[in-house]
Write a protein that binds this ligand. Structure first.
Ligand SMILES: O=C(O)C(=O)C[C@]1(C(=O)O)C=C[C@@H](O)C=C1
Length: 316
């Protein structure tokens, strides 16, 4: 199996990928951004992509949500959680007090903002395409003073595992505003068999609302509420064709084969102009949803049988 993911080697995305497939049994295809990783699956260059989709610091990863919401259909097959803390590394000989320009992925910068304000006030953010792109540049420059000067930064926030991979000098460890920060990654593949229900699953959807209809958002949410389906994430993203037009990216608790989720999907299909099913897959934390009175599979099956009896005139 060939896996496209955000590289170069040592990213948190690679850590997530290692939970899915060992490099001994799979081909790792590092990419420069999330969009390219997803595009590699659409073009057939990769069988799967592993991409960040949500973090405790930033919520949804918009590059991922947007790439999945349009274009050839893809589905999520699995989710993986990775704890996120950073190590600040510097060019050889750099002291913490001398750091002025820090290379960091924009999400990493957000995750360390308070720490940076306390320890390196005034340090400037140099945006990086991934958490290890600056690590690779530092390693390449080695102790060549001219090559180091040519870099736009003198330190970088990198995943702790990248320190060894690239032979870097740590200036500060466990850099994070939230020591319990987590990033959620998903395995993306072409549509096919849906992973079997486990009793603790998530379903991811993209939903558009009818135009100019007061209460359309409430009506959409009611499809979930009345069937006892809890949401764990909902975000609006611009559709892009006009101002005021938004697409909703939703994670709902449950599996497409659950009766209540099936009823939700049929309700959305009836009421909303566009619904994209992005898959049902096991929750990484294995937490089962709490089932409200009257919304278990058995309740729906029994209610349907009752309706059938009414329709055929042989019941009460
Ligand atoms: O995988 C990496 O290391 C990344 O650079 C990406 C990414 C992200 O897209 O959220 C992953 C985890 C961290 O939350 C910060 C950045």
């Amino acid at each position: 199996m060939r896996y496209a993911y955000l590289g170069p080697a040592g990213t948190f995305t690679e850590e997530a990928l290692r939970q899915v497939a060992s490099p001994d049994d799979a081909v790792y295809l590092p990419q420069t951004d999330v969009g390219s990783a997803i595009a590699a699956v659409r073009s057939g260059e990769a069988d799967r992509a592993v991409v960040a989709i949500e973090s405790t610091a930033e919520g949804g990863v918009t590059a991922t949500l947007d790439s999945l919401a349009t274009g050839a259909p893809l589905v999520l097959l699995r989710e993986v959680l990775v704890p996120v803390q950073f190590t600040l590394v510097g060019a050889p000989g750099t002291r913490l007090a001398d750091v002025r320009r820090i290379a960091a992925h924009p999400h990493a910068w957000v995750q360390c903002r308070r720490w940076l304000a306390a320890h390196l006030p005034g340090a400037v953010h140099v945006p990086a395409t991934s958490n290890t792109a600056p690590a690779a540049l530092l390693a390449e420059a080695g102790d060549d003073a001219a090559a180091l000067r040519a870099l736009a930064f003198d330190a970088a926030l990198v995943p702790p595992a990248a320190v060894g991979t690239y032979g870097l000098e740590p200036l500060a460890e466990r850099v994070a505003d939230n020591p319990s920060a987590l990033t959620r990654f998903v395995v993306v593949g072409p549509p096919g068999d849906v992973p079997a229900p486990t009793g603790a699953d998530k379903t991811t959807l993209v939903v558009h609302l009818p135009d100019n209809e007061a209460g359309a958002l409430l009506a959409m949410l009611e499809q979930f509420a009345v069937r006892g389906v809890n949401l764990s994430r909902i975000e609006s993203r611009p559709i892009g064709d006009a101002l005021g037009r938004y697409s909703f990216s939703i994670d709902a608790e449950g599996h497409v084969t659950d009766e209540r989720m099936g009823e939700v999907l049929m309700g959305l299909h009836r009421r909303c102009p566009y619904v994209r099913f992005l898959g049902s897959y096991p929750r990484a934390d294995a937490v089962a949803p709490s089932v409200h009175v009257g919304t278990s599979d058995a309740d729906f099956v029994e209610a349907r049988a009752w309706l059938d009896r009414l329709r055929t005139g042989d019941g009460t």
